[in-house]
Write a protein that binds this ligand. Structure first.
Ligand SMILES: [Zn+2]
Ligand SMILES: [Zn+2]
Length: 141
C-alpha cells in the first residue's frame, strides 16, 4: 500500500508507516481504559516499516510487563505498543493513522478480534474476522 503517517492529537509525534500488515480489535479491559471506548483497534506494522520522524514519546511498561506503551508527552495520546516476544512488529493505535479514508483500506478491516468474551452483547463481530475469547492464540497449523 501507499505510505501513511500516524500522528497524535497535537501533532508533536509523527510516524511514517511504509506498510500496514493488518488490523485487529481488542476488547480487553485495559484497552477500554486506555481508549475510553468499548474496544481498541490496533494496526500491525512491521518494525522495518515503522519510522518515528518527529517527537519524543514517553513510554511505560504494560500491566503484564511484557510490553511497552508509547504515548505523546504533550497530548498523552497512546501511539503504539511493542512486545519483547514479538520484536518484528509495532502495534499502532489505528485511530492515529491519518487520512479520512484510512479505515477504508483493504488491510484496515480487522482480521481478528481478541478478548471477545468481554465484547458487549449489542456489538457484533466483524464479519470474517477470527474470534478469540481470550488473548491472541497462534493459529493451529
Ligand atoms: Zn501529541
Ligand atoms: Zn486490549
Amino acid at each position: 500500500m501507499t505510505d501513511r503517517t500516524a500522528t497524535c492529537l497535537c501533532g508533536a509525534c509523527h510516524i511514517k508507516l511504509d506498510k500496514i500488515t493488518q488490523t485487529a480489535l481488542c476488547h480487553c479491559t485495559t484497552c477500554r481504559k486506555r481508549t475510553g471506548s468499548a474496544f481498541a483497534m490496533i494496526a500491525t506494522i512491521p518494525t522495518e516499516a515503522f519510522h518515528l520522524q518527529r517527537g519524543e514519546p514517553q513510554n511505560e511498561k504494560t500491566a503484564t510487563g511484557s510490553g511497552t506503551i508509547h504515548y505523546c508527552a504533550d497530548c498523552r495520546c497512546t501511539l503504539w505498543a511493542e512486545f519483547s516476544f514479538m520484536p518484528s512488529a509495532k502495534f499502532v493505535r489505528a485511530g492515529m493513522i491519518d487520512g479520512e479514508d484510512a479505515f477504508e483500506l483493504l488491510e484496515a478491516k480487522p482480521v481478528f478480534e481478541v478478548f471477545t468474551k468481554r465484547r458487549p452483547h449489542w456489538w457484533c463481530a466483524v464479519e470474517g474476522a477470527t474470534q478469540m475469547e481470550e488473548g491472541y492464540q497462534m493459529p493451529k497449523a
